[in-house]
Design a protein around this ligand. Sequence first.
Ligand code: VGL
Ligand code: ZN
Length: 221
Amino acid sequence: MTKSALLVVDMQEDFCPPHGALAVAGGRDIASPISRLLAMPFALTVATRDWHPIDHVSFDICNQPPNNKAFECSTMISNPQNAADSMAIPIWPVHCVQGTPGAEIIPEINISEVNRVIDKGQDKGREMFSPFADTFGNKSNAASFDLAAYLNENGISRVFVVGIAGEHCVRCTAIDAKKEGFEVYVVEEGVKCIDYGEDGWEATRRQFEKAGIRLVSIEGL
Ligand code: VGL
Ligand code: ZN
């Protein structure tokens, strides 16, 4: 029998209106479809949290007022596992700082229904848009917990992904889950994006199609 897991990505105060530091329009509204999914008989459910130290490398060093415009500025980081390797990452307003109210999962999501909460992005010099790996694809020590091993140990072959932001952490979580060998579905009603345009969700949809990740509706589940 196929066993499925639900991955709920970054449903945190800082990604939701009205007070989130990096609020995504409609972020709080998807708590309702996600709660419906949580009530379905998934073999396992996991919630991720963006969980940064106060001096995280992705935080705003450009003296901009808080905003949620990605790619307006970026910074170079080097691969902690290969010093010759470096890449540019986007800079964001300070968000999801460990232990602060903004890092809490919103109360509309019943966290007691979730089997596991997994933190990511807690190393100051490394960015993680996925709980599976950092932006360089490094797996070891990148997250607080080995999610791929956990899913495999529980006999999971299929994962459903929902959460915020569609073109960032949801995208990277789905792509990495696929790389780890899982069959991956993204449930459209359970996703909100910062940018729905050509460089945002449209590009993500194309990337999903290429990767064999399917967008599905909650109505079909
Ligand atoms: C995210 C920007 C910065 C996300 C996390 O959860 O999509 N986006 N950190
Ligand atoms: Zn972050």
